[in-house]
Design a protein around this ligand. Structure first.
Ligand SMILES: [Zn+2]
Length: 120
């Protein structure tokens, strides 16, 4: 982080460093540093476990709602196609991809937390 953060003394209103514990001007105890709004980091474990249960759950956990719905529907189609024997191959393949995607996306979201633009 290259930006220097400031907060204001609750006692005298002076601008003081965000990390200061006491105000250098009046000596009053300073409040906690203001916390920037940061999206909650995603746990790859939870995302993967969700998609192991069923495709789309991990994607939904990652906040990828549209993808989650798509994965869920494709997962359903693949699961039902097991009845037609096609899904015996298709479902495990798609299931594995879903688990992998949930893992990859949660890692990407985690590593992108510092570069991602904050939502307006
Ligand atoms: Zn002060």
């Amino acid at each position: 982080m290259s930006t220097v953060q400031f907060k204001f003394c609750e006692h005298c209103g002076a601008e003081i460093g965000a990390g200061a514990k006491t105000c250098p001007y009046c000596g009053a105890k300073a409040g906690p540093a203001p916390k920037p709004a940061v999206p909650r980091p995603k746990s790859a474990t939870i995302a993967v476990l969700g998609s192991i249960v069923f495709p789309g759950i991990g994607q939904g956990y990652n906040g990828e709602t549209t993808k989650a719905v798509g994965f869920f529907l494709i997962g359903l189609i693949c699961a039902f196609s097991i009845l037609l024997l096609v899904g015996v191959v298709a479902y495990p393949l798609f299931w594995a991809y879903s688990v992998y995607d949930a893992y990859r996306a949660s890692k990407r979201i985690d590593s992108g937390l510092t570069t991602r633009r904050p939502r307006a």
